[in-house]
Design a protein around this ligand. Sequence first.
Ligand code: NDP
Length: 284
Amino acid sequence: MISQSIAKLVSCMGQPVAGNPTGFMMEAAFAAAGLDWRYITMEVPAEGLADAVRGMRAMGFRGGNFTIPHKVAVIEHLDGLTEAAGLMGAVNCVYRDGQRLIGENTDGKGFVQSLAEIADPANKSVTILGAGGAARAIAVELALAGARRIDVVNRSHGRGKSLVELLDNSSRLSSPVRLLPWAQDHRVAVETEILINATSIGLGDEAARVPIDTTTFRPGLVVADVIFNPAETLLLKQARDAGCTVLDGLGMLVNQGVISFKTWTGIDPDPQVMRSALEEYLGI
Ligand code: NDP
């Protein structure tokens, strides 16, 4: 008899779902904590989202994760949002508060928690490559954590502008922010202390090159990647070779899972169990 369930709603969009590292990690954490809970991954097309959330309510699910393309669309089906999810306008984690379903976003928090192990973002000058969902979540949390300056570098102007406006127009966020075009190899500014690849470049391709002038890497610079598969991307390899301190995307994935787990169960999971499960799943 399963005592509680967590849903992961992904979209099939006519395609099979490519693996589920989060489910594997969560099930390992439930087992290690002695909880008879299940993490169930379900494919939900965009037009089925409203019914799927009604189903979560009806079946008493304790929460869920939501991924592309549901992260924004799910908001209208929820009863409330946390501050961070409201600022980002995107939800990746839902939890139950009595009969209410509340939307949270753990991606940025997971990143900042992982970063904090090597560098405190408070008063740091940060450059974020990318302006999609991951970049938005990270940028908002870095601003909430008191980053001194945030530069956003994005290929398409529209998405970059939208992120910069989000940061600029919020009365809660005070980090100065700039949008930099990304036409050629990006040259890391001398004042940048933390460089983050929040694009999807490198996902599933260890030879994929982030367009960046690696001669501008230097010891002391922290270079982080959101990509977790492969864990050692070409960008991180280049940064390590140049003497930078590097941070892989596995830590972000583990930490956003740790935060979700605590939100759903009230229990602190063992992060090492979760990281080991991920490494096993990914064959690292
Ligand atoms: P989005 O599709 O929302 O955004 C993708 C971003 O990458 C955009 O800024 C896009 O730029 C940029 N981009 C893609 N290809 C290129 C390219 N060839 N050159 C320059 N820019 C490019 O994706 P998400 O933000 O949701 O996810 C990004 C990555 O983060 C994914 O690989 C995902 O797996 C990873 N991720 C990792 C997590 C973790 O826990 N480690 C958590 C969440 C996400 P443009 O606007 O110009 O299209």
